[in-house]
Design a protein around this ligand. Structure first.
Ligand code: DQQ
Length: 592
């Protein structure tokens, strides 16, 4: 096992971390002042990528000295010779953010994972204070290369470094070389060196002569988020382009930019360098300010090396999101084996820092999602990768069950704490839909807080209570509500975890997004929810609107966690079909 240098602890500073600090104020010295864990071990996610918890059971020293700990993604996943490599931001010293290295796990199916030693860790002057996010690119000769952000100058400066596999005949690519000529990119006076990070996967220009990458940044004037563009002919010598790939005023620091093409028509993925007719481009940024991710669809003009979002789409925090819940620092990669684009995103904990310290781990990577362009061209669709379905076991199915206003029923004969549910709802009539309040057009989350699951409505709220105790007093509601808006109807999709636990100091925001469906003609909507002890990952309308929540039930644990269908609207809703499966536990960071 790699030995790490001791580095000073760091802190985040986002709204999320401020919340954590506030919630933690009862235990102000959380490194040393342990209190018993509020979060029962039974709440460990079992099929989501997570810390190798078994390694920490026996030996406190091992646990504290080496293992898991705070992680997030945004560090290029890729496929090489039959193996998927997942890198993630990892703190080898504790379950809070800091001391960042590149954790490394491998898989042949994106579901069963095996843990390797960290791939990249601070060891040279150009990364001595941390190895932050970056990306992998597989060069045309099949050789992978990593670009990552190195932290130097006592945390004051961010530079970009390159790393190559030390031994290409090792299919696990365990060792990575960081050439001494690093950094390959340093900031110039026009760049804020403290906010200059997370290089994208490179794309090859159609002239086949040069590579381009974008790096996240901010221009202080106008708080303009920027995807700074660099070009190189050899991947080692990089020159800043005159113009950024794209920028947007008032959006703040752009973390973890991701830029890639999607096919127009069909689900098949495209290599990151694909351009021209038949593709649209996606630019995703993680907004440090809101800690949510936003994307636009648009056109990439290779001759100008510029990206222009489609006119109707909004840059920044009113824009489209991959996920309207706890989902950040994501990254996609093109999987040449299955010709698909795969998205991996990170969900952090919603308990306190003290809880994370006493649990000894923090953060999960969500089930990898396939991602493609909706046939209407207006948004992306996402769906769990097909390999996930191999974990399905015990199955229950029902059809044509009407749920009256105020009604509910329990889905029996399934262990619903670790499950996958697919359900289709039919609404007979939309006449009783309440009027939509137009002041909430851009703010589904606030609208959901006002129209939470217990608030009786017209058409909906209807949906699922997941991770519910037998009396469903404790439950997370996953639901739809339909509103009348300008002679048509709009659909709101929500997660309401406000009653998810009786534990204190848990962050329980409602999360929501609108769903772009023609509900007036279909009067039908589908939902899939992946439930994993303390994770609820939901896909509305076939992956048009996705929401993730972390919840920590106190009663709905293990065999006491149930699944209900409910309807708090004023009209009947029919469950035309419901299928639910128990999900088996895959290998999760088994040591090899
Ligand atoms: N986390 C990394 C940064 C990135 C941020 C540091 C995203 O490189 O901007 O761990 O959460």
């Amino acid at each position: 096992m790699v030995q790490f240098r001791s580095l000073p602890k760091q802190d985040g500073g986002s709204a999320y971390w401020q919340f954590k600090e506030l919630a933690n104020s009862i235990s102000n010295n959380w490194y040393t002042n342990f209190r018993p864990s509020l979060v029962d071990k039974t709440l460990l996610p079992r099929y989501h990528f997570r810390p190798p918890i078994n390694w920490i059971n026996g030996n406190f020293y091992r646990y504290f000295k080496y293992f898991l700990l705070k992680k997030n993604t945004c560090a290029g996943p890729f496929y090489y010779k039959g193996i998927y490599h997942l890198f993630y931001q990892y703190n080898p010293y504790g379950s809070v953010w800091g001391n960042i290295v590149w954790g490394h796990s491998v898989s042949t199916d994106l579901i069963n994972w095996y843990a390797l030693d960290p791939a990249i860790y601070p060891s040279k002057p150009f990364d001595i204070y941390g190895c932050w996010s970056g990306s992998a690119t597989v060069l045309p000769d099949g050789k992978p290369v990593i670009l990552y952000t190195g932290i130097v100058d006592n945390f004051k400066t961010q530079v970009q470094n390159i790393a190559f596999p030390a031994n290409l005949s090792d299919p696990l690519l365990r060792e990575w070389d960081k050439p001494d000529y690093n950094p390959v990119i340093s900031s110039d006076p026009s760049i804020n060196a403290t906010q200059f990070r997370d290089p994208t996967t490179a794309w090859l220009h159609p002239d086949n002569k040069h590579w381009s990458i974008a790096i996240g940044g901010i221009r202080e004037v106008g708080q303009r988020g920027v995807a700074i563009l660099y070009r190189s002919k050899d991947f080692v010598n990089w020159t800043k382009a005159k113009h950024p790939l794209h920028s947007s005023k008032g959006t703040g620091m752009w973390e973890c930019p991701d830029f890639f093409p999607v096919a127009v028509g069909g689900r098949e993925g495209r290599d990151t360098s694909a351009t021209g007719r038949g593709v649209k481009h996606v630019l995703k940024v993680s907004l440090d300010r809101t800690r949510f991710e936003y994307y636009t669809l648009g056109t990439y003009y290779p001759a100008l090396d510029r990206y222009l979002p489609d006119q109707a789409l909004v840059d920044g925090s009113d824009g489209l999101r991959y996920d309207y819940g706890n989902f950040y620092a994501s990254k996609t990669f093109f999987d040449p084996a299955k010709r698909r684009r795969v998205l991996t995103g990170w969900a952090n904990e919603s308990d306190t820092i003290a809880d994370d310290v006493s649990k000894g781990w923090s953060g999960i990577i969500l089930v990898p999602r396939e991602l493609w362009l909706d046939e209407n061209g207006r948004q992306l669709l996402q769906w769990p990768v097909e390999e996930f379905d191999r974990l399905r076991s015990q199955h229950v199915s029902l059809a044509n069950q009407v749920v009256n206003p105020g009604g509910f029923f329990r889905v029996n004969n399934i262990d619903a704490v670790q499950a996958d549910v697919e359900v289709t709802f039919e609404m007979g009539s939309l006449e009783k839909a309440e009027d939509f309040d137009p002041s909430y057009v851009g703010d589904a989350q606030a609208y959901c807080a006002r129209h939470a699951a217990d608030v009786k409505g017209g058409v909906g709220p209807f949906g699922l209570y997941v991770l519910a105790d037998a009396a469903h007093e404790e439950r997370t509601a996953v639901f739809f509500k339909v509103f009348k808006h300008k002679r048509k109807h709009v659909v709101l999709f929500c997660h309401d975890p406000t009653r998810s636990t009786k534990r204190e100091n848990i962050y329980k925001p409602t999360f929501a997004g609108f769903v772009d469906v023609d509900i007036d003609s279909s009067k039908t909507i589908s939902l899939r929810s992946l439930i994993d002890h303390s994770v609820v990952e939901s896909f509305g309308a076939g992956g048009k609107t996705c929401i993730t929540s972390r919840v920590y039930p106190s009663l709905a644990i293990g065999r006491d966690a149930h699944l209900f269908v409910f309807n708090n609207g004023a009209v009947d809703v029919k469950v035309s079909e419901l299928n639910a499966w128990e999900i088996r536990t895959p290998f999760m960071n088994k040591e090899i």
